[in-house]
Design a protein around this ligand. Sequence first.
Ligand SMILES: O=C(O)c1ccccc1N[C@@H]1O[C@H](COP(=O)(O)O)[C@@H](O)[C@H]1O
Length: 207
Amino acid sequence: MSVVRCKICGITRIEDALAAVEAGADAIGLVFYPRSPRAVSVAQAGEIVAALPPFVTTVGLFVDMPRAELAQLLERVPLDLLQFHGEESAEQCEGFARPYIKALRVRPGDDIAVRVAAYPGARGVLLDTYVAGVPGGTGEAFDWSLVPPRLSKPVVLAGGLTAGNVAEAIARVRPYAVDVSGGVEASKGIKDVHKMNAFVRAVRLSM
Ligand SMILES: O=C(O)c1ccccc1N[C@@H]1O[C@H](COP(=O)(O)O)[C@@H](O)[C@H]1O
C-alpha cells in the first residue's frame, strides 16, 4: 500500500504549525474564510509560512473569496496550493496560475464522479461532509461508502477525522491523503500537540 499524505488544517499559530510539521504532517492549511473561528489574517499567514522549514506544503483555504481579493492575497502570502471550499466554478479556480484542489461536500445521492469531472484542472478533490448552511470544518464524518472506488483525481478525505477513526477511513476509502482540523484541536483554532501526534501516527500505521 502506498503512503497516505497528511494535511493539518486550520493552523492559526506558528507554534502549532511547527508542532504539526514535527508530528509529520506533509501540509498545513490556513483558513482565509472570515466567518471561520480558524480564520487567519494575511499578516498572520505570512508569519506562519515564513517560520516553516522546507518541504512542507502550504495550503490556503478559500470560500467564494472575490477574485481581486484573492489575487492580492497571493502577492503577499506564498501559498503552494489553493483549496476552494465554496461554490467556485472550475474557471474561477483556474484563474490564479496556482495548483488547486476543489472541496466537494458529500451527501447521499451525489454522483461524486460527475462532480469531480467538472474540475479537470484540479490536482485533486477534497471530499468533506455536507451540512446545510456550513461550508466545512464541521467535525462531522460522512458515509465513506458513498465514495466510488476509482475517481479520476487523487482524493483527499476530510470531515470529522480523528486519531480514532482515520485508520478505518483509510482502509475504506484508500485516499491519496487525509485532512484534519477539528479532530486535532484543543479548542477552535488551537491545535493539541498530542492529538496531532496521535493522528499522524495513526495515518502512518495504517499503511
Ligand atoms: O475549518 C473551518 O472553519 C472551515 C471553514 C470553511 C470551510 C472549510 C473549513 N474547514 C475544512 O473542513 C474540512 C474538515 O474539517 P474537520 O476535520 O471536520 O474539522 C477540512 O479540510 C478543514 O480544513
